[in-house]
Design a protein around this ligand. Structure first.
Ligand SMILES: [Zn+2]
Length: 154
C-alpha cells in the first residue's frame, strides 16, 4: 500500500484504464476503490467507481480504475444471467437424467416384482397341491389304519 508509485509504474501497462469485469473492489495498484458521484456536465450525478489513490491525487487520464456504477451492475447482472442460464441448463439435464434413471429403476423393480409375485404364486400353487396330496395320502392311510383297527378289535 505504501509503495503505490512503484506499483503503478510497473506491470500495469497492459490494462487500458484499469477496466475490470463487474464491480471493482481494489485497483490494480492495490488501493481500495471508492464510490463517487460525477459532477461532469456529460454525466451529472452519475455514480462511478474510482481508485482511492487517483482520487486523493486528483489524477486524470491515468490508468487507475474508473468505472460507472450502472455499467458495473450491468456486468454483474449479465454474469448472473449467464450463470443462471448455465445452472438452469445443468439442472435440466440432471433432472432429465435422474428422471430417466428413476424410470428405469422403477421399471426394473416393477418387472422384478411382477416376476417374483408370479413365481411365488406358482411356487405356492405347486407346494399347496403337493402338500394337499400328501395330506390326502395321510388322511387315506389314517382312515385305512382306523378301519383296519376297528376290524381287528371290532
Ligand atoms: Zn489505482
Amino acid at each position: 500500500m505504501s509503495d503505490v508509485s512503484g506499483a503503478s509504474s510497473g506491470s500495469s501497462s497492459g490494462r487500458s484504464g484499469g477496466r475490470v469485469f463487474g464491480v471493482p473492489r481494489i485497483c490494480h495498484c492495490g488501493v481500495q476503490i471508492m464510490e463517487l458521484v460525477s459532477k461532469s456536465s456529460n454525466n451529472p450525478y452519475r455514480r462511478y467507481y474510482r481508485c482511492g489513490y487517483a482520487v486523493s491525487k486528483k489524477l486524470s487520464n491515468d490508468n487507475h480504475t474508473f468505472k460507472w456504477v450502472d455499467e458495473a451492475y450491468l456486468d454483474e447482472i449479465e454474469a448472473l444471467k449467464m450463470k443462471n442460464a448455465s445452472l438452469a441448463a445443468k439442472l435440466e439435464t440432471v433432472t432429465m437424467e435422474r428422471n430417466e434413471f428413476e424410470r428405469i429403476v422403477f421399471e426394473n423393480v416393477q418387472m422384478k416384482l411382477e416376476k417374483e409375485i408370479f413365481e411365488r404364486v406358482e411356487e405356492a400353487l405347486v407346494e399347496s397341491s403337493s402338500t394337499m396330496k400328501k395330506m390326502m395320502v395321510v388322511v387315506v392311510v389314517l382312515c385305512m389304519v382306523m378301519v383296519g383297527f376297528s376290524k381287528l378289535f371290532g
